[in-house]
Design a protein around this ligand. Structure first.
Ligand SMILES: [Fe+2]
Ligand SMILES: [Fe+2]
Length: 283
């Protein structure tokens, strides 16, 4: 397999891991992080983040461009039981898929990563089976329900903010994976992207608790542009977010949600910190 084919193969896996992250994350937030099922789904989502990260590191090292369009994640949304059965099917299909790909690759690290994605998918299938087995008949045939109490324009604002933070995070992840030759920069970018993930949760949890699915749509990722230019754009994005969020802190509807207010107090300080750090990097 030549390098181009290898990057294409890994990018297709990368897109599938991305899809799994979003599916388990959205479902986790809908159940609520503090419920056993929500906590378990969140754990699975975090493991999928590692899977995506290992592939992103390899794609970056190979000189590839990570494909941030998530793959399809087919699932039956009728009930908790049908959703978990879909997850088990999805994970079980990945076991022979990843072992098969590992057999086509010479590089020992890439081969190990692919085998690992296979055996961790096997564990995921078993974990989901256990969740399914433990569901009460009532929980199995129903779905997580929100209160649908947020005013629609406010809900729209939360959706827009979460999607914007999601895109900031993807851009940082990309920069980190493509900056591996400058290890300290790559680490700093990864650190900031993890913080962005946490900030994204602020909005996503509020949306999901209310009953809607948080929307995450990858936008333009500035492929092919010079690194410094992309970093400048990322700095502009976080400054704009800081401006919008500071304004949101004064919004009458926003102030009604004590949990959001507290998390936003932290977020705006982190955003200012991130902007200052990036300004330093660009000096
Ligand atoms: Fe995975
Ligand atoms: Fe998985």
């Amino acid at each position: 397999m030549d390098s181009k084919e290898l990057i294409e193969m890994l990018n297709s896996d990368f897109a599938d891991e991305h899809a799994a992250i979003i599916r388990y994350l959205v479902h986790a937030y809908q159940e609520g992080e503090d419920t056993p099922m929500g906590a378990s789904l969140l754990s699975r989502s975090r493991e999928e983040m590692w899977h995506m990260h290992w592939l992103g590191m390899i794609i970056g090292r190979l000189g590839g461009e990570p494909n941030f369009v998530p793959g399809p994640y087919p699932f039956d949304p009728t009930s908790r039981a049908t959703m978990l059965k879909s997850y088990i099917d999805y994970e079980e299909k990945l076991i022979p898929h990843y072992h098969g790909e590992a057999g086509k690759v010479d590089d020992p690290h890439i081969r190990r990563v692919l085998h690992r994605e296979a055996w961790e998918s096997a564990i995921h299938a078993r974990r989901f089976q256990r969740l399914l087995d433990k569901l009460s008949p009532e929980a199995a045939k129903s779905l997580p329900k929100g209160g649908y109490e947020l005013p629609p324009p406010f809900l729209e604002t939360l959706q827009a903010e979460l999607n914007s933070k999601y895109n900031e995070m993807l851009q940082h992840l990309r920069l980190s994976w493509l900056s591996q030759k400058d290890a300290s920069k790559a680490w700093a970018l990864m650190d900031q992207s993890m913080e962005k993930m946490k900030q994204l949760a602020l909005f996503a949890e509020a949306v999901a608790e209310d009953g809607s699915a948080p929307l995450m749509k990858p936008g333009s990722i500035n492929a092919g542009q010079a690194m410094e230019l992309v970093l400048r754009k990322a700095l502009g994005d976080v400054r704009e977010a800081l401006g919008r969020h500071t304004k949101l802190q004064g919004d009458a509807e926003f102030k009604k949600h004590a949990g959001l207010v507290m998390k936003m107090d932290l977020t705006v300080q982190q955003e200012a910190w991130q902007a200052e750090e990036m300004e330093d990097w660009l000096k």
